[in-house]
Design a protein around this ligand. Structure first.
Ligand code: AP5
Ligand code: ZN
Length: 217
């Protein structure tokens, strides 16, 4: 199965993708994570992408589609994939069609997380993650069970993303409205879009996505 999680910054794409990995053995392909890894490793792609990401703008279509193709080639044909943060432009949506068909895959579902923009700034500016294992947290909505200790690995080193400040978040949202939201009609025309209330608590959002992936009866 191949699905896209679509929604603006802070909609909960990453949070839900990790749940689906745990519950279904699916693999999350996040272009944001791939780019951050490239920045950290100082690869040529990372060097090129860093300033663009820090400004909240979009990295080039060629770079991100290249990363997705490479990553898919490392997975077995039977591995189910969650695209998180990709595609983000009409050119990327076209590229994904080719990438999937070249590998004998097809797109099963596009899940759009519906959210209120004002809540997103709060979600994003409160977000942090474990510097050791990457587990995600939030100052108010998802604190570690034991203070300053990662639930998953017991680590004590937490970090925040450089693009998670209010000004950059506003640019990221404008990019979403201008370039990403317009690709939804492509998938609507194929009848594969399900809209889920992304303002509900994390568990409820997960339940709604589960209902799409494994319909009752
Ligand atoms: P990327 O890493 O993809 O960031 P994004 O789209 O801005 O999305 P986020 O990771 O901010 O949000 P999310 O929806 O995953 O929310 P999360 O689950 O963390 O991209 C970063 C940058 O890389 C881009 O700006 C661009 O420069 C570049 N880039 C990446 N892909 C690209 C592409 N394809 N093309 C071009 N450039 C690209 O949740 C947020 C917080 O809210 C968390 O703290 C979480 O705990 C909390 N939360 C989640 N769900 C709920 C809930 N239901 N209720 C309450 N709190 C919740
Ligand atoms: Zn950890």
């Amino acid at each position: 199965m191949n699905i896209i999680l679509l929604g603006p910054p802070g909609a909960g794409k990453g949070t839900q993708a990790v749940r689906l990995e745990d519950e279904h053995g699916m693999v999350q392909l996040s272009t944001g994570d791939m780019l951050r890894a490239a920045v950290k490793a100082g690869t040529p792609i990372g060097v090129q992408a860093k300033a663009v990401m820090d400004a909240g703008e979009l990295v080039s279509d060629e770079i991100v589609s290249g990363l997705i193709g490479e990553r898919l080639d490392q997975l077995g044909d039977d591995v189910s994939v969650i695209f998180d943060g990709y595609p983000r432009t009409a050119a990327q949506a076209d590229a994904l069609d080719t990438i999937l068909s070249d590998r004998g895959r097809k797109l099963d579902h596009v899940i759009e997380l519906l959210v209120e923009e004002d809540a997103l700034v709060d979600r994003i500016t409160g977000r942090f993650s474990c510097g050791n294992c990457g587990a995600g947290y939030h100052d108010r909505y998802k604190l570690p069970k034991v203070a300053d200790t990662c639930d998953q690995c017991g680590g004590h080193d937490f970090k925040r993303r450089p693009d998670d400040n209010e000004e950059t978040v506003r640019t990221r949202m404008a990019e979403y409205r201008a370039k990403t939201a317009p690709i939804l009609p492509i998938y609507d025309a194929r009848g594969i879009v399900t809209r889920v209330d992304g303002m509900a608590p994390i568990d409820q959002v997960n339940d709604a996505i589960e209902a799409v992936l494994t319909p009752a009866g």
